[in-house]
Write a protein that binds this ligand. Sequence first.
Ligand SMILES: [Cu+2]
Length: 124
Amino acid sequence: MFNLLILIAGVAAIVWVNWYFFMAPKAAVAAKASTNGSQEMRITVEGGYSPSVVRVKHGAPVRLVFDRKEKSPCSDEVVISEFGIRRFLKPFEQTAVEFTPTKPGSYDFACGMSMLLGRIEVEE
Ligand SMILES: [Cu+2]
């Protein structure tokens, strides 16, 4: 009986971990307007992107500052294909990426191997 309880708890923990990391909706964080009119967001790169979902408005320049806190080869590059961006991120440095979304939509960004994932939500 006790073993069964441990089994159930174990299965529940595994289900929760999978849900949390792969299916839970990630809250979008709105970029902040800077003095020069661009929308800025600092994204920490360490085993993933934090925040991973960034909300911006269309029609104004966006400046994403990737703050890479690791040297794992996985996050060497960041790719935002919709905006034709593929940029090398130096370990333990900040790399700014700029583009201007012209229409609303949801655009993915990822590491060079599409393992680390993020999303840019462009609103009206
Ligand atoms: Cu990768």
